[in-house]
Design a protein around this ligand. Sequence first.
Ligand SMILES: Nc1ncnc2c1ncn2[C@@H]1O[C@H](COP(=O)(O)OP(=O)(O)OP(=O)(O)O)[C@@H](O)[C@H]1O
Length: 475
Amino acid sequence: AGMPALPSSQPQEVCAISQEIWSDVLAYVRNNISEVEYHTWFAPVKTLGVREGSLVLGVRNSFAQEWFRKHYLELLEDALRSLGAEHPQVSFEVLPAVQEAMILPEAAAPTPKVAAAPQPVRSSPDPELSKILNPKYTFENFVVGPNNNLAHAAALAVAESPGKAYNPLFIYGDVGLGKTHLMHAVGHYLAEKYPEKRIAYVSTESFTNELINSIRDDKTTQFRDRYRSVDLLLVDDIQFLARKERTQEEFFHTFNALYENHKQIILSSDRPPKDIQTLEGRLRSRFEWGLITDIQSPEFETRVAILKMNAEQANINIPQEVLELIARQVTTNIRELEGALMRVVAFSSLNNVPFSRAVASKALSNVFAPQELQVEMSEVVRAAAQLFEVTTEQIRGTGRARDIVVPRQIAMYLIRELTPHSLPEIGQYFGRDHSTVMHAVSKVSESIKKDEEMAAQVSRLRRHLEGLHEPEGEH
Ligand SMILES: Nc1ncnc2c1ncn2[C@@H]1O[C@H](COP(=O)(O)OP(=O)(O)OP(=O)(O)O)[C@@H](O)[C@H]1O
């Protein structure tokens, strides 16, 4: 409602994300019906894309079409609503029987290069390897920023001279910040350069389970052979070795075997070795033999760059300001950042509206608590200084000249309006007491009633500051 219709000349690359939408819808459906029903009816359905806001589903015959209309329309609409569709629409088309097997992507023309099902960037000679390494997790697809440049450089060095540069390479950081991505990138790099090298990627959990199974099945020799004969061993989430004595013992020997043969080992963890409780000393010290490097949360610019890369890869054209809005909403976890982007794209295609800040903030409003306007005092001062062509030091200083006092009072007034800071806190920031701030606030609120120019300046500043943080409302 109130949204501009999507001009037909602006093709939305719905196909790129229709798979994404469809898998979310399926997940919703699956939660709400029995497994048998799900497999009978939903498993054979193909998505044909989103057309003009309507999710088009291909079903096998007209009987199924009727059945869906009668029994599952509401459920599907609910699912779309959960993704943000305001007027969910689903339509069904009977798939031509012969074409059923090849219905995608040809039928969903025009088909952009789909990122939802990433093509292997390079085909690995080893089919096993392409199963274990995520094709998306390459160096090319890794955005380097101040938060991860050391880890990135270390990974690259290791990829170029495995077993020589840093062994082991230990990468730690919070969830969803790219540890697995970097490990796989080394794997891809090596696989391309040295197709004969053997690479193994395993999570600590799988390593543990495989070990347990091998003990149970009396196949520990095979287990050992497998891991001790690789050229590159990538082990994810090594912190889960904590309290698993038997696995630690086994891993210790694997580590030694590889290390002695100059085979590269890369480990990831959510914390540095010294913080992994109940890790045997001899393992801990080995983890510290090579290089320990961390990945931090990405800062704003890096988050925007990551979103941009994702959008480009999905062939979706999203305005910079929308990407920035998303990057402001999700600050710590890149997996969630990517999820937020998908949500915005799904929302805009399901509602058949072009990307805008309003659309994005709406799409994200269910997922993320509506952003509190979080203007910083320093931002207000900076903005006021800029507008009045004085320095921030002057504004926070003690000068009494009128051309400094007015900007200072306006800054205090706007800080009071736009931030949750108390009068004493604001006073402290300016090296004054709270009564000075109170005086400034009442002075400015009086002045803007009479002084048009000042009113304009204040509202311009306010809009600027709000614009920095808040999604535009829908008018
Ligand atoms: N610098 C980056 N550039 C582009 N994409 C990134 C970057 N860092 C992370 N990602 C993406 O973020 C997602 C999460 O990354 P990844 O799975 O590697 O995180 P992780 O640190 O291993 O998390 P976990 O601890 O949960 O395993 C992936 O889709 C990955 O491609």
